[in-house]
Design a protein. Sequence first.
Lengths: 915, 211
Amino acid sequence: MIRKAEAGPILPNVEVVTRKNVCTHCSVGCTVIAEVQNGVWVGQEPGWESPINQGTHCAKGASVRELTKGTRRVKYPLKLVDGVWQRITWDQAIEEIGNQLMEIRQASGPDAVFWLGSAKFSNEGAYLYRKLAAFWGTNNVDHQARICHSTTVAGVANTWGYGAMTNSYNDIQNSKALVIVGGNPAEAHPVSMQHMLRGKEHNRAPFIVIDPRFTRTAAHATEYVRIRPGTDIPVAWGLLWHIFENGWEDKEYIRQRVYGMDEVRAEVKKWTPEEVERVTGVPGPQLRRVAEALAKNKPSTVIWCMGVTQHTVGTANVRALSILQLALGNIGVAGGGANIYRGHCNVQGATDFGLDVSTLPSYYGLAEGAWKHFSRAWDVEYDFMKSRFASKELMEAKGIPTTRWFDAVLAKPGEIDQPSPLRAMMCFGHGGNTVTRMPDMVKGLEKLSLLVIADPHPTTFAAIKERRNGTYILPACSQFETDGSRTCSNRSMQWGEKVVEPIFESKDDYTIMYLLARKLGFADEMFKHITVENTRPVPEDILREMNRSCLSIGATGQSPERLKMHMKHQADFDKITMRASSGPCAGDYYGLPWPVWGHPEIKHPGSAVLYDTSKHVMDGGGVFRARFGVERNGVSLLADGSYSKGSEIEDGYPEFTMAVLKKLGWDKDLTPEETRVIQAIGGGGAEVDNVSWQTDLSMGIIRVALKHGCVPHGNAKARAVAWNLPDPVPIHREPIYSPRPELVKAYPAIEDRRDFRLVQLARSLQFKVADSDLRQRFPMILTSGRLVEYEGGGEETRSNPWLAELQQSMFAEINTKDAEGLGIRDGAWVWIHGPEDGSKAKVKALVTDRVGSGTVFLPFHFSGFWRGDSLRGNYPPNTDPIVLGEPANGVTTYGYDPVTFMQETKVTLCRVEPA
Amino acid sequence: MARMKFLCDSERCIECNACVTACKNEHEVPWGINRRRLVTLNDGKPGERSISMACMHCNDPPCAAVCPVDCFLQTEDGVVLHSKDLCIGCGYCFYACPFGAPQYPRTTDFGSRGKMDKCTFCAGGPEPDGSVEEYQKYGANRLAEGKLPLCAEMCSTRALMAGDGAILADIYQERSVRRGYGSGAPGWSTAYGRNDRGSPFAPGGPSTGGA
């Protein structure tokens, strides 16, 4: 019986243990069934019972077992000494890293360290990392949401209250029409396509794809609309123009539930079919057909992805599509909704639990009240937390986002709104090729005095040859080698069970964070109410602390016990409604999509469709959140005659506070214990009235609101006008590197500004580009996107032989006509030249009509080549990914969304030359 | 007796390669051997369609007809298997197969290509079911465990199906009827010509080309 178990088959007469976890790639959340023998993962079976994937996978999901074979994994801690990787022990690594961090803290303050976390953390890991940064004393903590859907979160949260997908993948089966804008789920979220194609077939639903590229998703569309990259707002307004012109909007819905639609009408009026065609290239009759399909086949859903979000107008794009759905009355309706496909397996959860420069967990923000709330929840003195920071101002100031960390390294003092430029980066689970402007990133990397990479793979950061000292790599294990919960795009939380022990010398994220906190001297405070076994914090305990503190998104009812029960009884859940009709979870929605109001004991079922007034709040119903006050310029912001089923208040109402309870006479419903907690939080004085559903740790206010059929966050109108954003009504702005300089003066970028501790150039750079001869020298539009075989920066997937075999070289899609003009044959080597820093990349040409004439597409998963040279020798031995290639971001350029500093990856300029 | 078949519904296939990596995973198929792969027609153009291809387990397999050492056998379920003990790596089956299914571990100008390898419909080979020898030569034997080929079980959109041919035909027919028009309806383009594809929003409507 002595045989290499990894070579299969399942050995006869050896016990097979079956374990259930969740795929570690995209946000669909496919159940993975692992068969384990002798502690080795030997077989992968379909998770038939999962209501989400129903046994299916894409190429990535079907190959996850390889991750624990680990041929290319980092096997032990490493240190870079004069360009040579040396093996060191964990003790030495933590000791040296800790000492250097303390030195930097002493000399330059806590804000000199950048804590980059991961959308591949579990929820518990994400929350713990945010807590770690807080105890260290900085808001310079971020993760991949910044570069994928930060603009979605900002856009939709500013429209109707919460920054998340409103419905679910499964719910698309109820849609009568689907429109996908700037998304390619056939490659990025393949398993979602089973729900979408069922919707298309069963409902004979129009399936419309709006994209500059004829994607594999478009191949299945009933209508494909090709647009010029960066013109999403004119397209959305172009659709709305037809809707308003023909009276197809839902007037009663708008009257009851939407604020400010008239201001939108005024802007939309400018976007006649002729102007839309001039700017976007889309013929008028085609958009009319699409508008009619959406308006006459209701409920219709709008699906978007990074083609909408990764723009200098990302937040405005998101808002425009949200307003389109509001006009059609499609939000809060099964089969409708804004179905926003998040990227990584836990990017929704990591966002929810605060891996972000602008907020503490659960979107509490950074104001004094937020810090006081978490100080109470963490059971530490507010003054202690304050003492960890350089100042109260910096404690309440947004940090430096991951799109700009290298600008913060290279900044001179005075250019940056903190005492010191960044000097160290702690990088957990994040690729090095994911951010635009890599030539500048390399300069920043070179200048960092300390770089720590905690990851299963070395990442691009480790392979940049300019850096020769001061880099450490800590082998972190994958989510298959630990346990914890992760949140899918539809807000369902799934508990993943440890499949095998961490392989080689790797450790899980919780342990690494604990070791660091202990070395840095705040482990006792940080883990006050979290059990630590040996050096491993128990994830169930972390989740319980989250349940106690994350009231504002209703992440309170998802106890570890309930989540584990859902995983065990997956078969009881309906495959479309995701609701269990029998078994111990009867009545619950699968994975308890938040908000799951109140204590787990009150058994709120979760909210499958957000803002759905047709259901009682205790049945998963909801209303738009009263987040922006009760009136503006004399106009009420509260809902008008619209309320969730069974609500005792049959109209709009503000968010619940102690004062509101008193006014309604409902404070008598509080138990003495709840009243005691509220009094204590309010300090006993007048402040007691200000204790709200968000800060009442007893959850009494929430309980009482629910008892009366009301939603704790109040019942308001959604905002078509978001007056706090740079463009309250979205307006079209040309990209910084616009391919249409003649449109720049009419549709200029936003004015230069400062935010996130840095300067943001926009209009000045755009005008400079438009006035130069750059357009002549760089005549093509450059855009980027995903491939099905790889994910993110791609180090992990390019290290998996089953996937790597399918995509062996980096390429650029070039239109047939363009290729002919340039004398480029399919498969030939070409240089892609970018307009900044003399940047260039050598890639293979894929000559295809998939992209329109004048457009070049690059997939963004490659790295390990730089301007024609291989970096293979720079990786630590035996950890280099099988497939290397030029990173798309080697040639991308400057440009950021003003609200979130999202990077522009979808429109810049380039020149193609035969190599 | 059931006759095992694969059927790939091109209206559903999104070229995600799940079938390909599921196969690699289940059988530990080495780099360079592709028991299953995707074929795309009109790549990047309106009318683009993909199907997943492997050994189609023919009723009357041409590979078996040309094999000089008679290494092929057909199971009672109609699955075409072969014996690697008998195979001499001559490559005749490769020339005979209309689907490009046979794979070889070596390519040399002269001499053997090595033992032929191909999709087994997850049914192993002539060795005893589930034995270590069977796995090492042919991979897992899922059929013996009452399971179907993993490629089809894991297909992201239920495009690739495997099982009793009669049942697959029923499923496909039900889907076609439900789709009801345009390229989803069998024979649509034969009846109405390629230029009339039904309503603009029907699958395969004018803007996308369709079937």
